[in-house]
Design a protein around this ligand. Structure first.
Ligand SMILES: Nc1ncnc2c1ncn2[C@@H]1O[C@H](COP(=O)(O)OP(=O)(O)OP(=O)(O)O)[C@@H](O)[C@H]1O
Ligand SMILES: [Mg+2]
Length: 362
């Protein structure tokens, strides 16, 4: 079939109300063909609502959703070239694993040969690492295994768009990491568009090539994982995607001198309007040392240490500025031993690593 558009999915000024509740407001979004998009945001921000409007399980109250350049308003779910893995995956309890995965293929017309169905079901089960589970009944599977059956059931139909609502939520950390790689490989191999919903920033950053950060029904930032992490559009994004130290400051009239709460000054890399601001600094952008190094640094006292194996997190209290969180990769630390709570330390950083936001944005 000739393709009508280079975009697989497009939202044009989409708003969705459920009675008096506005779930999403004025969403504008285009997803290129073959992209891996993550909708990332806190609980209740409207992620599932967006996914359900692509899938055809909800209709926009205003605006329109297009798939492959075609307006989808009024097109029922079963007529859309998409498959959805639901947040609460509904498997058929009276079928075994294999029958659950094969269900969609058996409904297809013209019919698919039984041998071909068997082959594709086996292939899909291998992809989600459930090769030996074909004959198991659903109630004999763990939550994480059921989640993978739901995934196999969606990919087996080879849709042109796959919608995934928190598909890895029930998995343990190790299996989740493995499945993140599997999903990414799967998406590349199949060459189809994936839209993944998650509230887990690590999941979004590690898998997607486009991340859409949402809050309270609106898009806050759309960009590559690196863009949203390195150049957050606002304080919400800076806080939600990764961790951030906030420093209360004011921008002087020259637009580049940041005056901090303790009276010290830093030259900001970016020219900004004068006034009250919040300076944001990532925990890993700070270098912890026992001796003062050249360049910009604060002096403080370690109050807590969280040992994480290959790295450690420190809470450091800096007089006049408050508490700082610092992530120190043990391999990159000059001093091999861990710093102890109670020790006096220096927090060095490159001023260019500071992001300055208007305080009204907080
Ligand atoms: N059927 C519904 N009727 C009324 N309000 C709804 C309905 N579905 C969702 N909402 C509301 O719309 C908003 C967005 O819900 P949505 O399910 O899209 O959030 P979400 O981002 O997927 O959250 P979570 O991460 O908790 O799954 C919420 O305030 C929710 O309470
Ligand atoms: Mg949801």
């Amino acid at each position: 079939m000739a393709s009508a558009s280079t975009n697989d999915i497009e939202f044009r000024s989409v708003t969705k109300n459920y009675g008096a509740v506005t779930a999403v407001t004025d969403i504008n979004l285009t997803v290129p063909k073959g992209a891996f998009l993550a909708l990332l945001g806190p609980s209740g921000c409207g992620k599932t609502t967006c996914l359900r409007m692509i899938g055809g399980f909800e209709q926009p109250s205003a605006g329109s959703v297009l798939i492959d350049g075609r307006e989808m308003n009024g097109v029922p779910a079963y007529r859309r070239p998409v498959n959805m893995v639901f947040q609460h995956y509904a498997l058929f309890p009276h079928f075994n694993v294999e029958q659950n995965v094969a269900y969609g293929l058996k409904q297809m017309r013209p019919r698919i040969a039984a041998k071909e169905i068997d082959r594709r079901v086996a292939e899909a089960l291998e992809m989600v690492r459930l090769g030996g589970f074909a004959k198991r009944r659903i109630h004999e599977m763990s939550g994480g295994q059921q989640q993978r059956v739901a995934l196999a059931r969606a990919i087996v139909n080879r849709p042109s768009v796959l919608l995934l609502d928190e598909p890895l939520a029930a998995l343990d950390k190790k299996l989740r990491s493995a499945m993140q790689i599997e999903l990414q490989t799967l998406q590349r191999d199949l060459g189809i568009t994936f839209v993944l919903v998650t509230h887990d920033q690590e999941e979004a950053l590690s898998m997607a090539d486009v991340v859409c950060v949402m809050s309270a029904g609106r898009i806050r930032q759309l960009g590559s994982p690196q863009e949203v992490y390195d150049r957050p559009a606002d304080l919400f994004v800076a806080d939600f995607v990764g961790k951030t130290n906030r420093i209360t400051a004011s921008m002087e009239a020259d637009g580049t001198t940041l005056r901090l709460a303790d009276g010290s000054a830093i030259a900001s890399g970016k020219k900004l309007e004068s006034g009250n601001v919040i300076a944001a600094l990532r925990p890993e952008a700070i270098h912890l040392t026992r001796k003062a190094a050249a360049g910009t640094s604060f002096k403080g006292t370690v109050t807590h240490r969280i040992f994480l194996g290959s790295s450690a997190e420190y809470a450091v209290s800096v007089p006049g500025l408050g508490d700082f969180l610092i992530t120190a990769d043990r391999r990159s630390m000059n001093e091999s031993d861990l710093v102890e709570p109670g020790e006096e330390v220096f927090l060095g950083f490159d001023p260019a690593a500071i992001h300055v936001f208007p305080a009204s944005n907080a």
